[in-house]
Design a protein. Structure first.
Length: 350
């Protein structure tokens, strides 16, 4: 065989190197989520506690693996993290401090996951049944509460920014059909609630104007609840970008097949009525009803994707990794052997 001259060999090697680099770049583009992709993900606030107590996560072949990688391999591209103001160390209802949130957000971002931050504005769980002020804010006047919301929101997001993480979405409040920071920010006093929500919005946008602000209610299938809340929000000139919804057929004691059409109707109505994007930021099914939970997830993803003009932007499972053996929570999607439930395959198959 005739020997190739050195100069031609150098040209050939250069071309091959460029091709390899281009392929590498293409792979990075494929595996790194973009701001325009449909979001599929999970709230994993319990994960650091689970790991600290020695819980191990396993792939379907029995090999131990990082939980976030297991979720990513099942089609998820987004992680949601709740933030408490001054949390305790309780395994089930504590943790989720600013510092812990920064560590988790950075970890998620490093494997190409998008990040959502969920502010509870409390020292522990905030939801429709309880919206208690943080202990440090209990005796503050309403003007002081406005500053508290702004400063806490800004400080957490600034800490994330310093660490190199810019969330794609931020929730100002968690499941707030009755308002937040009771009694001052109750829906019995919409003028004050509107001001509190706008303080959160302003703090988010001061960090990065491209972060999308979510206002989040429970019972995504309940159109009357959403119309009542967001009509009032409109009257108060509340600023936000996305309407967030929880969707748990289990808690209203109906199968998803009885309520999925109501969820779809409500999402479409929210888009038409208020011109906002919609997102199911919490969903979950019973861990021992694998097929039903798979179908629930598939139907929910389909419903959100079917919202016209790509205004339905994502679906996130709440604590899928929070195995019942560890959390006593029946709506996780993790098996007793530490492996992901096959129900989660709905995220990569739909």
């Amino acid at each position: 065989m005739k020997k190739i001259p050195v100069q031609f060999r150098l040209v050939f090697m250069t071309i091959m190197s460029l091709l390899a680099y281009s392929c590498s770049k293409a792979q990075i583009r494929e595996t790194t989520p973009t701001a325009f992709a449909f979001s599929k993900g999970a709230d994993v606030g319990w994960l650091p506690q689970m790991e600290a107590t020695g819980y191990k996560f396993y792939d379907s072949d029995g090999s131990e693996k990082d939980c976030l990688l297991l979720l990513k391999e099942r089609g998820m591209n987004s992680i949601r993290l709740r933030v408490f103001v001054n949390p305790n160390d309780d395994k089930a209802s504590g943790h989720c401090s600013k510092e812990e949130t920064v560590v988790m957000a950075l970890r998620a971002q490093k494997i190409g996951m998008r990040v959502m931050i969920d502010f509870h504005y409390s020292d522990s769980w905030a939801d429709p049944a309880k919206q208690f002020k943080p202990k440090a804010w209990e005796n503050h006047s309403f003007p002081e509460l406005l500053d508290d919301v702004y400063n806490h929101t800004f400080e957490v997001l600034h800490a994330l920014k310093v660490a190199g993480v810019t969330p794609e979405w931020v929730q100002v409040g968690n499941e707030i059909p009755g308002g937040m920071l009771w009694p001052d920010g109750s829906t019995n006093n919409w003028s004050q609630l509107g001001q509190l929500l706008n303080k959160g919005y302003d703090a988010v946008k001061s960090i990065n104007k491209n972060i999308k602000v979510i206002v989040h209610l429970d019972e995504g299938n309940n159109n009357d609840k959403f119309r009542t809340f967001f009509d009032n929000a409109t009257t108060q000139k509340v600023k936000y970008d996305v309407i967030g919804m929880s969707y748990y057929p289990y808690w209203i004691k109906k199968d998803y097949s009885e309520t999925i059409a109501d969820l779809e109707f409500n999402m479409n109505d929210m888009v038409k009525r208020y011109g906002k994007e919609v997102m199911v930021v919490e969903v979950g099914g019973e861990d021992d009803k694998v097929q039903n939970t798979y179908e629930l997830l598939a139907a929910t993803i389909k419903a959100v994707k079917s919202v016209p003009n790509n205004k339905g932007i994502g679906v996130l499972y709440w604590e899928p990794q929070g195995a019942k053996s560890w959390s006593q929570y029946s709506l996780s999607a993790w098996q007793a052997d530490g492996k992901p439930s096959p129900a989660l395959d709905a995220f990569k198959e739909n």
